[in-house]
Write a protein that binds this ligand. Structure first.
Ligand code: NDP
Ligand code: MN
Length: 384
């Protein structure tokens, strides 16, 4: 048996209305905080105002950086880190979806050092400012893991990185904040959860701990993914998707992702208008077909957890029925799309295939079936 090291220090607070505890939580770490958020959603819903008031009431002085774009860039992160240093804040609070949360962790590292954040891909970081995540999508799982994904707008590269010092200290998961997600954001972020557990459950680094998180996540997805999309005000479905996001985030923290993420990062890195989840949606079916032989039993187990009836099917047929089910889910979420529909140019596919290896090599290595650059290019073409 392989040796295992399992570690996740994030204190998780889950419950409706819990954003009102943020000030009290923040005060444990510092009297001054930099809030990292996006450009509009948290302002429009009043969530940012609630947070700043809550912080002030608890005696924490907030500064706001609200220029994070979806698929955040290193320029935004470096700019926010300069502000953190100038203000001398002792805490970074990420408020929003995966983009602001990932940025918050990267800012926390960059604010402690004297080099551009991009350099931390090569130089490991030993210390970071403490981070609290307040998540608004479900989602990336960024609220509970150490990963940060950032884009280099000059090259189109979009690598992920994650050092032990980047774990959030505490995560506030308040499903009420997620009620305002428009259907498209619910669909794309919800599908991201599915791909996290698909890849953690089937990857070479899978183990008993991550699989336990994955199996519960599959159950939650079965009953709540499409429901949250069709019934945006259903707080029960929103809450269950928030749990699924966090469980899947813990699963990938332990066992990583695979070829679907490895290909998607260069897609949304080169095309920042493509939401991470819809990029994944375009790549999932062909990747599953490629992997099915290497993880037949896992696909059968997932099929079982998603409630697909076995009804006399052979092992091969039952494993294949998972791919049909995912196709149905994509249609129900209106995410049935190809890379071409997303604006990806055909002559960029070779660059994307190359970057899957150079920026997401660990995910390529983790894929259940061995894969080379030629095969990746073929998958991209088949997903076009
Ligand atoms: P984003 O954080 O990019 O948000 C997408 C859009 O949804 C934004 O326009 C945002 O608004 C809006 N939005 C967010 N929350 C709400 C809400 N409650 N109500 C209304 N609108 C809302 O989306 P994701 O969460 O999918 O994050 C994607 C990023 O995370 C990518 O860069 C991806 O690569 C990364 N990622 C990180 C992982 C990790 O493990 N750390 C794993 C997987 C992906 P606004 O513009 O105002 O922010
Ligand atoms: Mn993802």
């Amino acid at each position: 048996m392989n040796a295992l090291n399992i570690y996740n220090p994030v204190k998780i607070h889950f419950g409706c209305g819990l954003i009102s505890e943020s000030g009290k939580i923040a005060k444990k770490y510092s009297d001054s905080a930099l809030i990292i958020t996006g450009k509009s959603s948290m302002q429009k819903t009043g969530t940012l105002d609630r947070l700043t008031k809550n912080l002030k009431d608890a005696g924490v002085n907030p500064t706001i950086y609200d220029k994070i774009t979806p698929n955040p860039t290193i320029d935004e992160i470096d700019e926010a880190a300069v502000i953190a240093k100038k203000k001398g804040v002792g805490l970074i609070i990420g408020l929003g979806g995966g983009s602001p949360l990932d940025s918050a962790k990267a800012v926390a590292v960059a604010a402690k050092g004297n080099i551009p954040v991009w350099n931390y891909l090569k130089t490991s970081a030993e210390e970071a400012l403490p981070v609290i995540t307040i998540v608004s999508t479900s989602g990336t799982g960024s609220e509970v893991n150490r990963y940060s994904v950032m884009s280099n707008p000059e090259t189109g590269e979009k690598p992920g990185f994650g050092y032990v010092c980047m774990y959030p200290k505490e995560a506030v998961i308040d499903p009420e904040i997620m009620l305002s997600m428009p259907p498209y954001v619910t669909a794309t972020t919800g599908f991201d959860v599915f791909v996290h557990v698909l890849e953690a459950f089937t990857g070479k680094a899978k183990n008993a701990f991550s699989s336990a998180y994955c199996m519960q996540t599959f159950y939650l997805l079965k009953d709540n993914l499409i429901k949250a999309y069709n019934e945006p005000d259903n707080i029960e479905a929103r809450g269950n998707m928030a749990l699924a996001s966090a469980l899947a985030g813990l699963a990938i923290d332990i066992s990583g992702v695979g070829i679907i993420h490895a290909m998607e990062h260069p897609v949304s890195g080169n095309y920042p208008n493509v939401a991470h989840g819809v990029g994944l949606a375009a790549l999932t079916i062909e990747s599953m077909k490629y992997n099915i032989a290497a993880c037949k039993r896992d696909f059968m187990l997932i099929a079982h957890h998603l409630g697909i009836k076995r009804a006399g099917k052979s092992d091969d047929e039952y494993a294949a029925s998972l791919i049909e089910k995912i196709q149905e889910i994509l249609e129900a979420l209106n995410l049935n799309t190809g890379l071409k529909d997303l604006g990806v140019e055909k002559d960029k596919l070779a660059k994307i295939a190359g970057e899957a290896f150079t920026t997401m090599g660990f995910a390529v290595q983790n894929n259940p079936e061995t894969i080379d650059e030629k095969e990746v290019l073929r998958l991209l073409e088949a997903s076009y």
